[in-house]
Design a protein around this ligand. Structure first.
Ligand code: FAD
Length: 463
């Protein structure tokens, strides 16, 4: 007879495994059901981690090929071995996913392998790959089943030449010509990987801009830099169909000639994975996009059933899922929790990186919020010069009256690391003056943040 738990988590991604570990640390008897062999979810298996491994390999190659002379360094016979690149990526994924299994053991989280379905608020059926079903009971159930790639009518995916990010993480050869449908984060990152390795990459985007939802001014600047790297953007383009033909693929778009290419990457976003869980039978409310509705304590419409991560509304990001996982464990163990949705960073790991937190300038204008803006270019930052990475800028937005930080948008070297300072500042309700008066080490990229903060209410020193 299977044991009964305080918390049973469905899904072992960054939302589910963090919830499970934290709950166990706080003294709850916890189990985590995951159908895949490896723990870690989309993020570790086919998302954040493998994509960053490929981005690093391709950047090292590209920089060595094109950027060394700037540093006074010469290299001969620069090349790459795609099989070795994939091997490195797979090794990183293996190590990290095994690490989660180790953390489960260390913290006493019971792992259950199989596909879960809710029978009652405190009862979950788990079907193994062999078709055997076991019923588990728990005082609380957390659904953290994540998301899957969205599809597009007319795009005939064959799981090889026409596929999603999962296929693009493992192309066995560099496509001569790659069409990416969707110029969002995932498309841009993987398009960049293959472009650096030699593909001609064309983005077809329905919107009239790249990275919809991010700060439009910063994205315009980013687009110019990406174009300089050889990426081609066809904006305002409606894809009607994509299909495999003998030698490759054909993509038809409205009002323009069809495109021939070797591979198509469909990157039009992701949708919550909530089907087959028995939600409707139980009365767990979902929205029109299939996302599970939750309150501020991550509780669903059914008492005892909670949900978090990509299968709920909000940004589909690993750290958002993990924050919610922590919060849920704390709520169940201690009765209170909090996630600050105003301070969740979002990062695009291109070169330069693009990082964003809080509200965009477009949103502040729309909402009629009076704000001040401070900007500082990396071309005036000493460390950026030493790195030969001077493209981009820091843009800080602060409330005109209170000076509280409302948002930060960084395009530049290591923007993804720099944004952490603003995340902490925003958590503490800091003002731009607080940032400007904090001592930043010299020479560091972070000085660009201090200078942008100085620019909010006065003038930077070095520009
Ligand atoms: P998931 O990670 O999707 O995990 C859900 C788990 O539940 C899966 O392992 C699934 O097998 C399991 N499951 C589902 N249904 C059942 C069931 N019925 N029974 C048992 N198990 C089940 N985010 C970032 O923050 N930074 C990045 O750089 C980044 N890069 C990305 C790159 C790519 C190519 C992709 C695709 C995504 C990327 N993301 C990134 C998004 C990130 O991966 C997700 O936001 C994150 O994984 C969501 O975590 P989650 O725990 O909610 O769900």
């Amino acid at each position: 007879m299977p044991e009964s738990f305080d918390l049973l988590v469905i899904g072992g991604g960054p939302g589910g495994y963090v919830a499970a570990i934290r709950a166990a640390q706080l003294g709850l008897r916890t189990a985590c059901v995951e159908e895949a062999e490896l723990l870690g979810g989309t993020c570790l298996r086919v998302g954040c981690i493998p994509s960053k491994a490929l981005l690093e390999s391709s950047e090292v190659y590209h920089r060595t090929l094109h950027g060394l002379q700037t540093f006074g360094v010469h290299a001969r016979e620069v090349g790459f071995d795609l099989a070795a690149i994939h091997k490195r990526k797979n090794a990183i994924v293996r190590q990290l996913t095994r690490g989660i299994a180790g953390l489960f053991q260390k913290n006493g989280v019971q792992r259950v392998r199989g596909t879960a379905r809710l029978l009652a608020p405190d009862q979950v059926a788990v079907r193994s790959a062999e078709g055997e079903e076991t019923i588990w009971t728990a005082r609380h159930v957390a659904i953290a089943t994540g998301s899957v790639p969205a599809t597009l009518p007319g795009v005939e995916m064959d799981g090889d030449r026409i596929g999603t990010s999962t296929q693009a993480l493992a192309y066995p050869e560099v496509p001569g010509r790659l069409v990416v449908i969707g110029a969002g984060v995932i498309g841009l990152e993987l398009g960049t990987v293959w472009s650096r390795l030699g593909s001609k990459v064309v983005f077809l985007e329905y919107a009239d801009r790249i990275l919809p939802g991010m700060d439009s001014e910063i994205c315009r600047k980013a687009r110019r830099l990406y174009e300089r790297q050889g990426l081609e953007f066809r904006l305002g383009t409606r894809v009607e169909s994509a299909r495999v033909v003998e030698e490759g693929c054909v993509v038809e778009v409205q009002g323009a000639p069809a495109l021939a290419c070797d591979r198509v990457l469909l990157a039009t976003g992701r949708r919550a994975r909530t089907e087959g869980l028995g939600l409707e039978e139980l009365g767990v409310r979902t929205d029109e996009r299939g996302r599970i509705q939750v309150d501020q304590n991550l509780a669903t419409s059914v008492p005892g059933v909670f949900a978090l991560g990509d299968c709920t509304p909000g940004p589909m990001l690993a750290h958002k899922a993990s924050e919610e996982g922590m919060a849920l464990a704390e709520f169940l163990a201690r009765g209170h929790c909090h996630v600050n949705y105003e301070a969740i960073p979002g990062i695009v790991y291109t070169d330069p990186e693009l990082a964003s937190i809080g509200r965009t300038e477009d949103e502040l204008k729309e909402q009629g919020v009076a704000y001040r803006k401070g900007e500082f270019p990396f071309s005036a930052n000493g460390r950026a010069k030493a790195l030969s990475s001077t493209d981009g800028l820091v843009k800080l937005l602060a409330d005109e009256e209170t000076d509280r930080l409302l948002g930060a948008h960084i395009l530049g070297p290591r923007a993804g690391d720099l944004i952490a300072e603003v995340a902490v500042a925003m958590e503490f309700g800091a003002t731009s003056e607080d940032l400007a008066r904090s001592c930043h080490a010299h020479p560091t990229l972070s000085e660009a943040l201090k200078e942008a903060a100085l620019a909010v209410t006065g003038s930077p020193i070095h520009f």
